[in-house]
Design a protein around this ligand. Sequence first.
Ligand code: NDP
Length: 307
Amino acid sequence: MKAWVYREHGDVADVLGLDPELKVPELQEGQVLVKVLAAALNPIDTARVKGVIKLPGFSLPAVPGYDLAGVVVKVGREVKELKVGDEVYGFMFHAKKDGTLAEYAAVEESFLALKPKKLRFGEAASLPLVIQTAYGGLERAGLSHGKSLLVLGGAGGVGTLIIQLAKEVFGASRVAATSSTGKLELLKSLGADLAIDYTKVNFEDLPEKFDVVYDTVGEIERAAKAVKPGGSIVTIVKQNKTLPPPAFFFAVTSNRSTLEKLKPFLESGKVKPVIDPKSPFPFSQAIEAFSYLQTRRATGKLVIHPV
Ligand code: NDP
């Protein structure tokens, strides 16, 4: 199969290469083989190519990529629900060496859900990692009906989903979010009641304080000045220090049950994928997609499609 492969760690443009003849991954008993039709990039993909993050069991050469959408072409012996022909999406939580920037991926059945019919493959591939991060962080932070939320980094892959889930799923009474000037209208279109231009306003100096602050940028000290007494701060940006309460770090895990829970919101269009206007990138332009990701200026998600 064709796949993007790195054989040593380093900058993506230096070490990532297209291999036209990589071996199709072998299936373990609880896995299905997915013909990948679309994939999406996340900042962790860059960190893994660079070698900044190494999971247990990782070895080189490796294929990057967590998110995928595609069709099941083969099932392992212990697979219980999925069958050949199912249209699925999800993210490879335990991706060790074989990722989703490839024609085929062997994925645990438990990480995959049936693709909502309303979504095209590219749209579905944009969701799994970020929507589960957004949902899990809001749940752990205790956002519930009638509470207020401030999102730091509202225009990114995770932030665009946090805003929508907070309003549509958790019933937040008020959602504020930060971005640069050109993205404020997007934040409002996603449901933000207050869009804060971080190039002009220090959010922590506003008189309004929030029940929950969701930090996707790494601004935990400033977040502490924007939270109400008794509120909580969730950050998904790893810090090399102990976080002072009420701040805590949340790390996503892959679980089809969150995708299943959110399916009605995706089928009804109440929660929508947000895909950067420069996207999708065809498979052959994965390196261009990575270099755009690394600018940290992408709006919503960068999708690789067709594969
Ligand atoms: P993205 O690359 O999608 O974020 C890009 C966006 O960030 C841009 O639209 C940009 O908007 C915005 N941004 C950058 N700096 C700021 C700032 N100072 N204030 C407000 N917005 C800003 O990243 P993701 O959303 O995919 O991920 C966000 C972070 O979360 C990453 O560090 C990632 O590694 C981490 N993460 C952690 C997970 C976990 O389980 N712990 C899971 C998923 C992600 P603008 O151009 O307007 O600045």
